[in-house]
Ligand binder design. Structure first.
Ligand code: ADP
Length: 221
């Protein structure tokens, strides 16, 4: 994502970039799906992180050589549970993993953004779980993100939803949440907040309102 705003391509420079973030299980993917149905193109950086650590993924040779075969599953994909346990308590390992994965994720995100721009969608959604934490998306002038959307929900609800989705222990989910930005930190940066504290119909209503607001803002430009 190094050059999305300084891109020579007119279509990329004109494309509105909507950042979509929120804590684990807040409902980012659910919102992204709704916006996609409305015609937006979504780039999911978490899915890219999974792709590059799948069997044969672009990050796997470097991960194997730095961390060793112990961190690979028999199919040569990343053993996520084992890696998660390591990087929770080992900052050096965390930085090493990020050093391998982040440039690849940035590169693929940029490639997909260019492909998206060629299709002239109304706007592009960049779904980034750690958008606030990483800083690189917001601490730039001009910002790479034109519009920041935060999906917010009570922490107990996040835990319930992730337990159901991934069958992870509540304790592990709480540890993941403790490493993420707080709700307040995210909300303080948001241009638009979606409160995912109700049912899926309530979520859809808000996502459609967001979509309409972005289109209305665009038509005023
Ligand atoms: P995220 O992408 O932020 O981690 P998801 O969109 O995957 O979160 O949502 C987490 C889980 O909770 C998913 O299984 C999703 O279908 C479910 N979910 C999200 N919002 C709601 C809701 N309002 N009501 C019921 N289930 C929901």
């Amino acid at each position: 994502m190094d050059d999305l705003n300084t891109a020579p391509h007119q279509s990329m420079a004109q494309l509105i970039k909507v950042g979509l973030t929120g804590g684990i299980g807040s409902g980012k993917s659910a919102v992204a799906q709704i916006l996609e149905k409305q015609g937006a193109i979504v780039i999911d950086t978490d899915a890219i992180a999974h792709d590059i650590t799948a069997p044969g993924g672009a990050a796997m040779p470097a991960i194997e050589s730095y961390f060793g075969q112990d961190f690979l599953n028999p199919d040569k994909s990343l053993n996520r549970a084992k890696m998660r346990a390591l990087v929770f308590n080992d900052e050096k390992a965390k930085l090493a993993l990020e050093h391998i994965t982040h440039p690849l994720i940035s590169q693929i995100t940029t490639e997909r953004a260019y492909q998206a721009a060629e299709k002239h969608p109304p706007y592009l959604v960049l779904m980034v779980p750690l958008l606030i934490e990483s800083g690189k998306w917001l601490d730039q002038t001009p910002s790479k993100i034109d519009y920041l959307v935060v999906v917010d929900c009570p922490e107990a609800e996040q835990i319930r939803r992730v337990q159901k989705r991934n069958s992870l222990d509540a304790e592990i989910i709480q540890k993941i949440m403790a490493k993420q930005a707080t709700r307040e930190q995210r909300l303080s940066k948001a241009d638009f907040v979606i409160n995912n504290d109700g049912d899926l119909a309530h979520l859809e209503d808000q996502a459609i309102t967001l979509h309409q607001q972005i289109l209305a803002d665009l038509s005023r430009k």
